[in-house]
Design a protein around this ligand. Structure first.
Ligand SMILES: [Zn+2]
Length: 404
């Protein structure tokens, strides 16, 4: 049962993990907080001499990369957070990233399936020299200043430290968004999200498109008149739409969010001039730590421990144990039962590479798009999420069957 729970949690993490922030314009005043080059070099030396390593699967190549644990942590924070965020918020993310990575030794990959990771060189290539020179020192500092610190719940690594961009004012109980309950993922207030992106957003859909999209879900067919009569029937503790009645169907807020690409399931709607106008607050699933909320708390003077304890109810923090370090140091490849799967993946990858070569021109175009626009990056991530959801749902069902 425990194994099954871990499995569905992992699936949900794939679907709903925080969205990595890649292209964001630099904030003013970042120069003042730049870490001196001599200090950056000293931290890099300290990290590589620590003797603690972690191994991460590079999904694109199928290879396993072993690197110093704290370098891994800095790289994850760089991939998941904004460089101009407050140090205490970055440190909170560093502790969460370290805990999450160590809890998945043997199964850890470099995508949002686990948590986004890119090496220092890849970050430099993607973000440019200026960005790296400005922020890489801050990410390293967030890792070094919290070196070895992890989150425990009931004396075990708290391995479901989920996070999202912004909650819209209140986070969610895990079981109201996902099909399971995690004791430290409780709904709490998130009062300092004033700077959040996607704070309030509207999305307009013509009734025609709305009806077609709903009927595309292959439930009981609806008519245009049903749209006029649709009704939100329940909300979650954090304010998201739990259920909405449309015609003879009840949909979840998450289904509507995915279907119309809304920033969150925390929405209201109006019907005007033959259109449905959604208004959303917050961005992401709303469970666990709000990244903008963490940054807001840091600005108010809270430290990283207070931030983590606020967003993760009833947790303890402490140094990583020798036992966990030993396991991480000794695991430099996949978990044993993954060997067969790995062989299958390798075969699949070969096919993928062929396809990539054939469409190399298209790939180049896509890269340019990602670099020029933040919004497009987000849209792409949303697309990815949709695809993974479909395949995960299938896996989920087959898993249930085998457990019965
Ligand atoms: Zn993974």
């Amino acid at each position: 049962m425990k194994k099954y729970l871990a499995y569905i949690l992992a699936v949900a993490v794939i679907l709903l993990n925080g969205i990595p922030y890649i292209a964001l314009s630099d904030g003013a005043g970042a120069d003042e907080e730049r870490v001196p080059k001599s200090k950056v070099e000293k931290m890099e030396e300290e990290i590589s001499e620590s003797g603690v390593t972690i191994t991460v699967k590079r999904v694109a190549t199928g290879e396993y990369l072993t690197l110093p644990l704290e370098e891994y942590v800095a790289c994850v924070v760089a991939s998941e957070m904004y460089g101009q965020f407050e140090m205490e918020a970055l440190k909170a993310q560093a502790v969460a990233a370290r805990t999450y990575g160590l809890a998945r030794v043997g199964d850890l990959c470099d995508t949002v399936h686990c948590q986004a990771f890119a090496t220092e060189e890849e970050l430099r290539e993607k973000q440019g020299d200026e960005w790296m020179d400005k922020y890489w020192g801050k990410f390293l500092e967030a890792a070094v200043e919290t070196q070895g610190e992890v989150v425990y719940y009931d004396d075990e690594l708290a391995s479901y430290l989920m996070f999202h961009s912004s909650s819209g004012g209140r986070t969610e109980n895990s079981e109201e968004v996902f099909p399971y309950m995690v004791p430290y993922l409780r709904s709490v207030k998130s009062p300092y999200e004033d700077d959040a992106s996607h704070k309030q957003e509207t999305k307009t859909v013509s009734i025609d498109t709305f009806v077609r999209a709903i009927n595309g879900l292959n439930r009981k067919p609806i008519k245009e008149t049903d749209v006029q009569k649709m009704e939100i029937t329940a909300r979650t503790t954090g304010g998201r739409v739990k259920t909405i009645q449309i015609g003879n169907n009840e949909f979840t807020g998450g289904e509507i969010r995915d279907l119309f690409g809304l920033a969150s399931a925390n929405f209201t709607y109006n019907i005007e001039d033959y259109h449905v106008i959604f208004t959303t607050t917050g961005f992401g699933h709303g469970v666990g730590m709000s990244q903008y909320g963490a940054n807001g708390m840091a600005k108010k003077g809270y430290n990283y421990k207070q931030i983590l304890k606020h967003y993760y109810t009833g947790i303890d923090m402490g140094q990583v144990t020798d036992e966990i370090i030993e396991k991480s140091n000794n695991t430099t490849g996949p978990a044993e039962n993954d060997n067969k799967e790995m062989a299958e993946n390798k075969a699949a990858e070969k096919t993928d590479q062929k396809t990539e070569t054939d469409t190399s021109e298209k790939n180049t175009n896509q890269k340019t798009e990602v670099n020029t626009s933040e919004k497009k990056t987000e849209d792409k991530t949303a697309d990815k999420k949709d695809t993974s959801q479909k395949s995960s749902q299938k896996t989920d069902t087959s898993n249930k069957k085998s457990n019965e």
